[in-house]
Design a protein around this ligand. Structure first.
Ligand code: F6R
Length: 608
């Protein structure tokens, strides 16, 4: 988590740094700070709170200087207060560092440094790095940073400036993303390209174990032993308007409303209607290789894990391959049965989730072939897997994942087509799925056009303390996802269950105060879920149902219904989740919650 921006150039650094770090605020937002090298000295300003608080603290007194760095934090070590905010400085106040990640041997290093006479001002692991670099600083800043990093265990993305080399910024990466932005007579460093889009599109992604020495007129990438590393320059295609709110009150609403377009982008160029299959060249697997796997394991966290469950249902039903879905955090610490005949798929919007990355590394070590279904291009997971497919959903800034989820399900359908056509699906069945996928963007737009209606329903439930989400078959994972959306942004306690499980416990909770959200499209289990709704109504529960257009039976039973158009069963989740995203959004707004930056959460969880 956290966001880093650094600048070396000819312009005043502070306004640029503040602007860049504001674009990264979604990565963490409990404290913020900047350091600027000015008149041979170092000006460091930092506060607990958001960038807006830092701006208020600075007022008109922006430090003057053309080299600097800034940070927005999501606390891992030490509470969010002024002294724990980044940047951190050494005893002499000559160098400043910002850091993402966790230094695992920070305690041992701190004790050693204290013995050497260093005085600490914060509870952070990052400050240890500042003193460690100072300890080794004897001439070259780059050498001091690389020697210090040689003593560090853990994950880091760092940027360092020092008055001893006032025109240089040193950055390094191990396990936490970092890139260099190339400008004309100016260079940048950032943990996420979103910070730099206004200034440059040309970036160089650092890999683990690499350092960047960045100056106004150039940059060099080396390994930790100072050996030059040749790197590719990537030109970003993201457009600035896309990372702004585009007229919507919140990023989350913008991202919900973008789904017709994001799904269209996900599917673009992949569907082969005549053959009834999908083209997925990025997976780097030919037909023979795809037939060799006897098992698929999908690993992910949170919302991406819910998409994985839908993938399991699809792949098992249509491609007839055994699939297991594992929380990445569990997979990495178990002794999973994975070998060269297992295909391990990681699903991650950010591509930086620490547990998912670790799970992929574990799978590779055991000889498995790995694939990534990732949104952020050039992210760590995308670069470590053997192959994969990008979502092309565009940047997702709102902390609650929305458009990434529907695009993930769409990619899983593409993969099901690709594998299914080799194993179990006829060309006619394949074509039916292709056609259903082609209809999706329009159908998504149709569901989203009912936003006002969902808003009215949210109004009636906004004071609820709890909610139960129930679905069956393909829509059981949607129940989990709907409940997660509601709890994370509105702070209403919500649980998702397979509808039939209700009788095994949760039914005890139902009374006239309990909202029960049924995801009940006309699919193979429709009749079964109808009886579950009867059971809830018999106990005076308040029912909101997501149903297929024209479903009179449920419309008569439920207190509120939102309709979705007809689709094939495996694709109903892409439609049925939309009212639940909107429901969570409007409920949270009505309750006065900070929808885009809910408490305690951060967009990408780059620590365990
Ligand atoms: C929920 C949410 C999280 C993420 C999870 C995995 O709205 O956003 O549950 O889905 O942290 O993140 P990624 O997909 O980036 O690996």
């Amino acid at each position: 988590m956290c966001g880093i921006v650094g600048y070396v150039g000819k312009r005043d650094a502070a306004p640029l740094l503040l602007d860049g770090v504001q674009r990264l605020e979604y990565r963490g937002y409990d404290s913020a700070g900047l350091a600027v090298v000015a008149d041979g000295g170092l000006v460091v300003e930092k506060v607990a709170g958001r960038i807006i608080d830092l701006q208020a603290h600075l007022g008109e007194r922006l430090p003057q200087g053309t080299v600097g760095l800034a940070h927005t934090r999501w606390a891992t070590h030490g509470v969010p207060n002024d002294s724990n905010a980044h940047p951190h400085i050494d005893c002499g106040g000559t160098l400043a560092i910002v850091h993402n990640g966790i230094i695992e041997n920070a305690n041992a290093l701190r004790e050693w440094l204290k013995e050497k006479g260093h005085r600490f001002r914060s509870d952070t692991d990052t400050e240890v790095l500042a003193h460690l670099i100072e300890q080794f600083l004897n001439g070259s800043l780059v050498e001091a940073v690389s020697t210090a990093l040689g003593h560090v265990e853990g994950a880091y993305g760092i940027a360092v400036v020092s008055t001893t080399e006032p025109e240089t910024l040193v950055a390094a990466r191990f396990g936490s993303p970092l890139l260099v932005g190339l400008g004309d007579g100016e260079h940048f460093v950032a943990s996420d390209a979103a910070a730099l889009l206004e200034y440059t599109r040309d970036v160089v992604y650092l890999d683990d174990g690499e350092m960047a020495v960045v100056r106004q007129d150039g940059y060099e990438i080396t390994d930790l032993q100072a050996q030059h590393v040749e790197k590719l320059v990537t030109t970003l295609e993201w457009d600035l308007a896309k990372i702004e709110r585009g007229g919507h009150a919140h990023f989350m609403l913008k991202e919900i409303m973008e789904q017709p377009e994001s799904i269209r982008n996900t599917l673009r160029g992949h569907l082969l209607e005549d053959e009834g299959t999908a083209k997925l060249s990025g997976i780097n697997l030919d037909d023979d290789e795809l037939l060799e796997f006897d098992r698929i394991v999908i690993t992910a966290c949170g919302t991406s894990w819910h998409a994985a469950l839908i993938g399991e249902y699809m792949l098992e039903e249509l491609a007839r391959v055994p699939v297991e879905v594992e929380y990445a955090s569990e997979f990495r610490y178990r002794n999973p049965i994975v070998d060269e005949n297992t295909l391990v798929i990681a699903i991650s919007q950010s591509g930086e989730t620490a547990d998912t990355l670790a799970a992929i590394r574990e799978a590779k070590q055991r000889g498995a072939r790995t694939l990534g279904i990732v949104n952020v291009v050039g992210s760590s997971i995308a670069r470590e897997v053997d192959g994969g497919t990008y979502l092309h959903a565009g940047p997702e800034i709102g902390v609650a994942s929305t458009k990434a989820f529907t695009c993930q399900v769409a990619v899983l359908a593409l993969l099901t087509l690709r594998i299914g056509r080799l194993r179990a699906l006829s060309v006619l069945q394949g074509r039916e799925i292709v056609q259903a996928l082609q209809r999706l963007p329009e159908q998504v737009a149709e569901v989203l056009s009912q936003a006002d209606r969902v808003k009215q329903v949210a109004e009636t439930f906004m004071r609820a303390q709890n909610a139960l989400y129930l679905g069956r078959g393909y829509n059981f994972p949607v129940a989990l996802e709907g409940a997660l959306k509601l709890k994370e942004i509105s702070y209403i306690h919500a649980e998702g269950y397979p509808a039939a499980e209700m009788k095994h416990g949760p039914i005890a909770l139902i009374d006239d105060m309990m909202p029960v959200v049924f995801i009940a499209p006309k699919d193979a289990v429709h009749r079964k879920i109808l009886s579950n709704i009867e059971e809830v109504k018999a106990r005076r529960g308040r029912v909101l149902a997501v149903v297929t257009e024209g479903d009179e039976q449920i419309t008569e039973l439920a207190d509120h219904v939102i309709t979705i158009p007809e689709s094939i069963d495996p694709l109903t989740p892409v439609l049925s989740v939309l009212p639940l995203q909107l429901f969570a959004y409007y409920t949270a707004v009505r309750r006065g919650c900070d929808v885009d930056q809910p408490r305690n959460l951060a967009k990408s969880v780059t620590v365990e």
